[in-house]
Ligand binder design. Structure first.
Ligand SMILES: NC(=O)C1=CN([C@@H]2O[C@H](COP(=O)(O)OP(=O)(O)OC[C@H]3O[C@@H](n4cnc5c(N)ncnc54)[C@H](O)[C@@H]3O)[C@@H](O)[C@H]2O)C=CC1
Ligand SMILES: O=C(O)[C@@H]1CCC=N1
Length: 272
């Protein structure tokens, strides 16, 4: 793999996350000649090819042989079969990057030629608008240059942090699955507004602006969320009355249980 020029990037699986990576790489300076994608669905392959100008017609083995970086964006249960297709055609030094939930670097290393550098990534869907959060971890044979190339591929997806691999299941539970929790909260707040008589559009507009503004406020002020919450809560006022109900309905405990369940599922997906 050459660090100076743009490495040839193959994305195996052109679903939600595969498309996100393709579009981010193109925004980060890859040309449509330097990116190829594989897709089991011909309709989807056509769609990606038309949308991004990238080649999407070849099979996994052909594209993996061509690539300097192979990024696996398949469902976890499809990965082992595809690694079997590509293991004998990878050129020495080809970097394999995985975004599959639960699958460890060791899972890949056991199924790929000895010495294959592997980097495990846990991204999330806001990456599609450049506002994602990803954590990356190096496998046994991956070094600084492999982490750096992965960061280049992900540069336009948003925040990218390095983390020890033992943390990746927790990361999956918090930021990987996290957008779904936040969409759930936005929908619940908007629905509550409708119950109180607001129009659906107005309720959603206010809920979204409130979530965006509150998240930005935590980031920009650097204040602890509890301090910011106290600042909203006038003595004897409306907010303490509302937050008491969140406590009474176990919302904090529900978030903890959700994170534990997602973490456990990530571990389970990796135990194939
Ligand atoms: N969607 C999300 O929010 C996130 C997903 N991930 C991970 O990304 C991976 C992909 O997830 P999604 O993109 O959501 O799934 P998806 O189902 O949208 O995409 C998977 C794609 O792979 C294609 N495919 C299946 N078998 C194939 C094969 N043998 N060769 C070529 N293409 C094949 C499918 O046609 C499909 O388009 C999963 O491992 C998931 O854990 C990670 C973080 C977030
Ligand atoms: O639900 C899933 O399994 C994937 C991984 C994190 C977000 N979506």
């Amino acid at each position: 793999m050459d660090d100076v020029t743009t490495p040839r990037l193959a994305v195996l699986g052109g679903g939600v996350m595969g498309e996100t990576v393709v579009s981010a790489a193109l925004r980060a300076g890859w040309t449509d000649e330097d990116v190829r994608v594989t897709e089991r669905s011909a309709v989807r392959a056509n769609e990606l090819s038309e949308r991004y100008g990238v080649r999407a017609a070849d099979g996994n083995a052909k594209v993996a042989r061509w690539a300097d970086v192979v990024l696996v964006a398949l469902k976890p249960h499809d990965v082992a079969g595809v690694l079997g297709e590509i293991r004998d055609v990878l050129r020495p030094g080809t970097l394999v990057v995985s975004v599959a939930a639960g699958l460890t670097c060791a899972f890949y290393e056991a199924r790929l030629p000895d010495g294959t550098p592997v980097v495990r990534v846990m991204p999330n869907t806001p990456a599609v608008i450049g506002r994602g959060a990803s954590a990356i971890s190096a496998g046994t044979h991956a070094g600084e240059e492999h982490l750096a190339v992965t960061e280049r591929v992900l540069a336009r997806t948003g925040l990218v942090v390095r983390a020890p691999e033992k943390d990746l299941d927790a990361v999956t539970a918090i930021s990987g699955s996290g957008p779904a929790y936040v969409f759930y909260v936005i929908d619940a707040m908007a629905e509550a507004g409708v119950l109180l008589g607001l129009t659906r559009d107005r309720a959603r507009e206010l809920a979204v602006a409130t979530v965006l503004g509150s998240a930005a406020m935590v980031q920009e002020t650097g204040e602890h969320p509890v301090v910011l919450r106290e600042r909203v809560s006038s003595p004897g006022g409306t907010t303490v009355a509302g937050v008491r109900e969140l406590d009474a309905h176990g919302v904090r405990a529900a978030f903890i249980a959700a994170a534990e369940a997602a973490r456990d599922r990530s571990v389970e997906l990796g135990a194939q």
